[in-house]
Design a protein around this ligand. Structure first.
Ligand code: FES
Length: 342
């Protein structure tokens, strides 16, 4: 039996196709040329998330860190796990233009340098100018990098914006024993080739039409460096932008000068740094990011909030917004696990 499916996007565009009874939504979409962003295909990463507006469906596996019972009640779905059982329509909170790019490319870059930006963090600079076309991605999206000499792949957000020379940066947390961390520390040499696939993800900066509140946890900062680079390159933004950057220890802080410098090129930009476990020398803000939100401003204004960091941080911010009775916002978030840090 066949059903009709409509996919509706944030810019008001829709696409329609037929789907077999019980067929997985993501598979049918891809078969019909609709490139819904995806990553794990296992109901864990949340990249393929949407909302069922009408119709009957079931979901195979949904990780509880990805969609809460409340989310499920609101009929949020993961396309890779959703089986359609009637005519149905689904909403995706990104513009249909995200589907129009060239799709994911497999390219390679040469290591230009590895810059240690804190004792626990490095920026990997790759020169992918060998790829004739400009790599087409939205700041906030990520790439999968193959760790040289292994079969391991890791995902990292771009920490700069697209450019004609394909000079790419990735902010990477150095784990004590991680495949990429070990490579960067022990074996990485300038000029080596790193294979990658990109772009991925539905976490990207939308057209700025309301104040932006950005919350970065640890190397979640990478996505925001890309977004802020983009804004700086294009003459700033007409709306206020407030970036909250939270780390566990002050020693984890990185790219602070770069973050401060954005104030010169991005109009009403404000940076707040929050350290969870301050040492004696730290005189700035302490605790966790939501404790420092400007509640009066958020209650009085419509705004877009972008959150990228570890799952507990993302959940804490979602909970804070509900408990504080803040309603006038659109929330975009990306969670990442340490072994897959980006
Ligand atoms: S692709 Fe990861 S949850 Fe669907």
């Amino acid at each position: 039996m066949m059903h009709k499916v409509a996919l509706n996007f944030a810019d008001g565009k829709s696409v329609f196709f037929n789907i077999r009874e019980n067929e997985v939504l993501l598979d049918a979409a891809l078969k019909n040329g609709v490139k819904i962003p995806l990553d794990c295909r296992e109901g864990v990463c949340g990249t393929c998330q949407g909302l069922c507006e009408s119709g009957v469906y079931s979901q195979d596996y949904v990780d509880e860190e990805t969609l809460s019972p409340d989310d499920l009640k609101q009929r949020k779905i993961l396309s890779c796990q959703t089986r359609v059982k009637s005519d149905a329509s689904f909403y995706f909170d990104f513009d249909s233009t995200l589907l129009e790019g060239k799709g994911t490319s497999s390219i390679s870059g040469r290591v230009k340098k590895v810059e240690l930006v804190s004792p626990t963090t490095a920026i990997l600079h790759l020169d992918a100018s060998g790829h004739a076309e400009q790599l087409d991605f939205h700041p906030g999206q990520y790439a999968r990098l193959k760790v040289p000499d292994t079969e391991e792949w890791r995902s990292y957000s771009f920490s700069n914006c697209p450019n004609a020379q394909n000079q790419l940066q990735f902010l990477i947390r150095l784990l004590e024993n991680g495949a990429m961390s070990n490579y960067l520390r022990d074996r990485c040499k300038v000029g080596q080739t790193v294979e990658m696939e990109a772009p991925f993800g539905a976490f990207y900066m939308r057209h700025v039409e309301r104040p932006l509140v950005m919350a970065a946890g640890g190397t979640g900062l990478s996505a925001f460096l890309g977004m802020l680079d983009q804004l700086a390159k294009h003459g700033g933004a007409s709306k206020p932008i407030r970036l909250y950057y939270g780390v566990t220890n002050a020693a984890d802080l990185c790219e602070v000068d770069r973050l401060r410098k954005y104030a010169e090129s991005i109009g009403q930009y404000h940076l707040e740094i929050v350290v969870m476990r301050p040492d004696a020398g730290w005189t700035g803000r302490t605790g966790v990011i939501p404790e420092h939100f400007d509640r009066a401003f958020l209650a009085a204004n419509e705004f877009d909030m972008y959150v990228c960091g570890p799952p507990p941080m993302v959940e804490a911010i979602k909970t804070w917004l509900v408990d504080a009775n803040i309603t006038g916002y659109r929330l975009f978030y990306e969670k990442f696990a340490e072994s897959n840090t980006r």
